[in-house]
Write a protein that binds this ligand. Structure first.
Ligand code: PLP
Length: 465
């Protein structure tokens, strides 16, 4: 077997990557020609690539490395668990300490009576579980026709057949005959792009009331659940107007349907509380968790379920589960992550230190000629690129052209900031210090300056007519 190491020349690693590695959400033929950026190491909030660049990670990996990279205690927790019990299943009337301890800890942290955890290895898997859980719950209650799940356009709930169907990404539905039957979508509360002449508050109410309209259209006795992210992440960090969530909660309560809060990004401190549902004052029956649960150090996710739903599901055999449900090593890593978060006061750090400083710097970017809007909640933010300040106009060029150019300038300036069409988004590690936030924003500003100059010189600062 040949050994492939960090010390090989970048071009060689890229060639092997192109030859054998199929990347997710990527046009692989195109990337193969250009060559992937290869990340070799990381410490704190900085990544190092194979050319030795030090890059500040404004995305916490993929919204997950909340406690930062290079934590020795996580390595030790993993090593300890691998030596003691690297694997055992939780199917046949057996359990093990890491799964027990992690479920109990999550129940302690979760709001209300969300006291029960069904483990998966990812957010996608957890949402597959949720679909089966909701439908089986209503079947056990003698209402099997209550199988429709309502979700939102431009929501993201994962990449499986069920979870991608829950999601509202048109580009995903176009591939593989999605959505699956019984999943329907309503509009998103994205005022900047879709609010027209309404005020944000009017628009928030309108979009919430689409839920009620949809329930009445389908028939309240056929709707099992509504699923939504407290804050849309992959859709572009879309923060709903203040009028939205109270109205959603009212509608969900009125029709007695289950509310699933997909907390895969917003869980574990991202919004300045342990869960986004607390920040937005909503009370879900089920929460989807993953990503920040282990800070990305191990693949683990789950469904956190309220007492009533758990009792009903528990009255029958639930014919569902994953080989790695509650995997002991992943659970031990997640427990260590939660210990770090508590001991270091990471949620308090977000609330009292990191968010206030980031808010000041992030919203100041609103003065930049390329920026039409800045939004931030806790440590997740977005900014809209604009061809014309003050108008919320779209670019004449294909959606995403300006965003892609800006993302390339971020890469060149050693800062990771992602683009969703023509919105730039950040979701940095929660432990980021104020000095590091300054580095992040200084580099982002340089990238915006360069992108602005490039868009101008290429004649792309034109608005759509
Ligand atoms: C990332 C994400 C998922 C999917 O999680 P995976 O671990 O990638 O399967 C689901 N929901 C939300 C809100 C996400 O951001």
């Amino acid at each position: 077997m040949r050994t492939i190491t960090n010390h090989m020349p970048t071009a060689e690693l890229q060639a092997l990557d192109a030859a054998h590695h199929m990347h997710p959400f990527t046009t692989n033929a195109q990337l193969g020609k250009k060559g992937a950026r290869i990340i070799t190491r990381a410490k704190g909030v900085f990544l190092t690539d194979s050319d030795g660049h030090e890059i500040i990670d404004g995305m916490a990996g993929l919204w997950c490395v909340n406690v930062g990279y290079g934590r020795d205690s996580m390595a030790e927790a993993a090593a300890r668990q691998i030596r003691e019990l690297p694997y055992y299943n939780t199917f046949f009337q057996t359990s093990h300490v890491p799964a027990i301890a992690l479920a109990a800890r999550i129940a302690e942290l979760a709001p209300g009576d969300l006291n029960h955890v069904f483990f998966a290895s990812s957010g996608s898997e957890a949402n597959e579980t949720n679909i089966r859980l909701v439908r089986h719950y209503w079947a056990l209650k003698g209402q099997p026709e209550r199988s429709v799940i309502i979700s939102r356009m431009n929501g993201y709930h994962g990449s499986g057949m069920g979870s991608a169907s829950l999601g509202g990404m048109v580009s995903m539905h176009e591939q593989g005959n999605l959505p699956i039957p019984g999943i329907v979508h309503i509009g998103q509360p994205h005022w900047y792009a879709e609010g027209g002449d309404m005020t944000p508050e009017e628009f928030g109410l309108k979009r919430a009331r689409e839920l009620e309209e949809k329930i009445l259209e389908i028939g309240a006795d056929r709707v099992g659940a509504f699923i939504a992210e407290p804050v849309q992440g992959a859709g572009g960090v879309i923060i709903a107007p203040d009028s939205y969530w109270p109205e959603i909660q009212r509608i969900v309560d009125k029709y007695g349907i289950l509310l699933i809060a997909d907390e895969v990004i917003t869980g574990f401190g991202r919004t300045g509380n342990w869960f986004g549902s607390q920040t937005l004052n909503i009370m879900p029956h089920i929460m989807t968790i993953a990503k920040g649960l282990s800070s990305g150090y191990a693949p683990i996710g789950g469904s956190v379920v309220c007492d009533e739903v758990a009792a009903v599901i528990g009255s029958d055999e639930f014919n569902h589960g994953y080989t790695y449900s509650g995997h002991p090593v992943a659970a031990a890593i997640a427990l260590e992550n939660l210990r770090i978060m508590e001991e270091e006061g990471v949620v308090e750090h977000v609330r009292d230190v990191a968010h206030p400083h980031l808010a000041e710097r992030w919203h100041a970017l609103g003065d930049h000629p390329l920026v039409g809007e800045t939004k931030l909640i806790g440590m997740m933010g977005s900014l809209a690129l604009t061809p014309e300040k003050g108008s919320r106009a779209r670019f004449a060029a294909d959606a995403g052209t300006a965003g892609y150019i800006t993302r390339e300038r971020c890469f060149a300036n050693n800062v990771i900031m992602r683009h969703v069409y023509d919105r730039m988004i950040i979701s940095p590690p929660l432990v980021m210090t104020t000095d590091e936030i300054d580095i992040l924003i200084d580099r982002a500003t340089l990238a915006l300056d360069e992108a602005y100059a490039q868009l101008k010189s290429e004649g792309l600062l034109k608005k759509a007519s």
